[in-house]
Design a protein around this ligand. Structure first.
Ligand code: NCD
Ligand code: ZN
Length: 346
């Protein structure tokens, strides 16, 4: 039995760190394990321009633990009014690593998202022209679409058309949640890649809803069936270049998470790598872990993989229930809080 595994340092290709006191509380967990992370722009108000992104990057850098070599990769939030010239400047100047699509009202802090895709055609054409990554929250929202079908509806109505309309556009379908999503990515690779979260690999909707409502298992896209989970596990552990790590770690203040109308988003950075390692071990695929965690992502983003390495070992520890946050947010609950975590980053 393998009890130790050493791999190149991973990157997190989908991460929410928020701002202010919350940023300060959660960033160290990511900075400890990961070389880089794609920082999501869904602040309130969103990170819309190069100027916003540069300011946000400064605030992230300012709270990095001393000596950390972690690099935040910034994104801007696509709106109906995004200026293609601004985005291009940000990419050329090395401020922006990509542009992020939130369909309006699809998830937390997405009210400023795209309402009419005709309005962003010029931006997509520009991204295609300059080779800049396009990151998608791939869910179609509408009163006619069941929440469990949102990913499939987005693929059918949008993405399957865009891959033909913009053949040079490099896309990432983020937080894959369904067999349909995993299958589509494979069929459209290498143009399209997909990230997979630790919680979509680990949970089914029966875990979430079947034995007491678990707010800590509520995220968008919602967790789906055991068949979907099996397809995602197969995809992640296949080693194929089109699938890579993105935690979607998304902290919320306790009172917003556990509420009459609770918010979607699962804070998982402190247990992310151990949870992925558990899944790869269960699937008998620890030999594919490095490709998923550390190699496939940089290749799709056309960046070099990290040079240094990390080691995980099987050494059980108990995850804390919550993380303290200074100021009015007070605390954030943690995914798998209170559970025994099998693997540990040494
Ligand atoms: C994320 C958040 O809280 O910002 N929530 C979530 O449910 N995943 C936003 C997102 O990535 O959809
Ligand atoms: Zn997210």
């Amino acid at each position: 039995m393998t009890t130790r595994i050493t791999i190149r340092r991973p990157d997190d290709w989908h991460l929410h760190v928020r701002d202010g006191d919350m940023l300060k509380a959660v960033l160290p967990y990511t900075a400890k394990d990961f070389g880089r992370a794609i920082i999501m722009p869904n602040l309130v108000p969103p990170v819309r321009t190069v100027k916003d992104a540069a300011g946000y990057r400064d605030r992230v850098m300012a709270v990095l633990p001393a000596g950390s070599r972690f690099t935040p990769l910034m994104t801007c939030y696509l709106t109906d009014d995004t200026d293609p010239d601004d985005v291009e400047r940000g990419f050329r100047d090395g401020v922006l690593a990509g542009v992020k699509l939130y369909p309006a009202n699809a998830t937390t802090n997405s009210a400023a998202g795209v309402t009419d895709y005709r309005k962003v055609t010029r931006v997509l054409e520009r991204l295609e022209k300059i080779g800049m990554p396009f990151l998608m929250h791939g869910e179609e929202v509408g009163s006619d679409i069941d929440i469990f079908d949102r990913e499939k509806a987005f693929i059918d109505r949008r993405l399957s058309k865009w891959v033909k309309e913009f053949p040079g556009l490099r896309m990432i379908l983020e937080h894959l949640s369904s067999k349909d999503g995993a299958d589509f990515v494979k069929s459209a690779a290498p143009q399209v890649a997909g990230t997979i979260t630790p919680y979509h690999l680990n949970l089914t909707r029966t875990d979430w809803l079947g034995a007491g409502l678990k707010p800590m298992m509520y995220a968008m896209p919602v967790i789906k069936t055991a068949q979907d989970r099996a397809a995602l596990r197969k995809a992640a552990t296949s080693g194929e270049a089109c699938y890579f790590l993105g935690t979607d770690s998304a902290p919320h203040p306790f009172v917003r998470k556990v509420a009459i109308s609770g918010v979607p988003g699962i804070f998982n950075a402190p247990v992310a790598l151990p949870t992925y390692a558990k899944v790869f071990e269960e699937e008998g695929a620890l030999d594919k872990f490095e490709a998923f965690a550390s190699l496939n992502g940089p290749r799709h983003y056309r960046l070099p993989p990290n040079e240094d390495k990390i080691t995980l070992e099987k050494s059980p520890w108990t995850a804390p229930i919550e993380i303290k946050v200074a100021g009015p947010d007070e605390r954030t609950l943690l995914y798998r809080g209170g559970e025994t975590i099998e693997w540990k980053v040494t």
